[in-house]
Design a protein around this ligand. Structure first.
Ligand code: ARG
Length: 277
């Protein structure tokens, strides 16, 4: 059953505003997820070129991109999705699980305060921002199992006054929710079922019976780490099957090369934080 099949023209893009952080100090010199191997070489210039391309693609689509100043000694800061959960004038800044990333929170607190967001708080419980918290219309999907603490769900629910649906991740390769599930539109998602517990799979099946399901191959190149504006879906180039599924549903997939950032366990979506102001 497919309720959204049709020509690309039927899909409406909504203009978005994103926050990104240039990978100036990007490196893989510690390992906090199975993708990160400090023994392998990384190329800072290639990471920067891929990041610049991603930013250019988002801008060409008409979106605006704000840039946060990177901080030396914080090589994962390029993954801006983790910095906060943002909605309206409210920003809940992350509390990272690993000490290697805790220093990033201060930069986000400063940034949101300087921009005049009226409610800027740091999460009390471990909460890795929109890496684990995905806004889908009037609900928030929340991943736990590896990073964000399930205890953080109540805190998020209270601050944003929206129902939070908890989903348990069970495969360490897909340690943040945004590596296993992408929100395409208010009521449409795509995901990789094997990344979730049986209970969570049942919840997703119930909420999104028509969802696009990713193959292991596409999930394995982080094809689900995608940025959608409701019409265009920017996703890793290598996720060919997902691109075809998206096209069938009337979306316009746009492939980007993010191989250098994948060495740290991140891709297109991890590099962007949507500012829903
Ligand atoms: N190396 C980073 C970490 O493990 C990658 C973060 C990826 N971000 C994301 N939103 N999935 O924390």
């Amino acid at each position: 059953m497919q309720s959204h099949a049709g020509q690309p023209g039927e899909r409406r893009a909504r203009i978005r505003q994103y926050l990104m952080c240039r990978p100036t100090y990007y490196d893989v010199n510690y390992s906090i997820n199975p993708w990160m191997n400090p023994e392998l070489p990384t190329s800072n210039s290639r990471a920067t070129a891929q990041w610049e391309r991603l930013r250019a693609v988002l801008r060409e689509l008409g979106h605006s991109v704000e840039v946060l100043e990177p901080v030396p000694g914080l090589p994962d800061m390029v993954f801006a999705a983790n910095g906060a959960i943002v909605r309206g004038d409210t920003a809940m800044v992350a509390r990272f699980r690993h000490p290697q990333r805790t220093g990033e929170s201060a930069a986000y607190l400063d940034w949101f305060e300087a921009r005049g967001y009226t409610e800027v708080v740091q999460a009390e419980c471990v909460n890795e921002g929109e890496g684990d918290y995905l806004q889908a219309g009037e609900r928030i999907l929340a991943g736990s199992g590896f990073r964000s603490d399930p205890e953080s769900h109540t805190e998020v629910e209270k601050l944003f006054q929206l129902p939070v649906v908890g989903l348990t991740l069970v495969n360490a390769q897909f340690y943040h929710l945004d590596t296993a599930l992408a929100v395409l539109d208010d009521d449409e998602v795509m995901y990789y079922p094997e990344a979730f517990s049986a209970e969570s799979r049942a919840v997703l099946q119930e909420l999104y019976p028509d969802a696009i399901l990713a193959t292991a191959a596409d999930a394995g190149v982080f094809g689900l780490n995608a940025v959608s504006d409701g019409r265009h879906v920017v996703l890793p180039q290598a996720a060919a099957d997902l691109a075809a599924r998206l096209r069938e549903r009337g979306f316009e997939p746009i492939g980007v090369e993010m191989t250098e950032l994948l060495k740290a366990g991140g891709s297109a979506k991890c590099c962007t934080l949507e500012l829903r102001r």
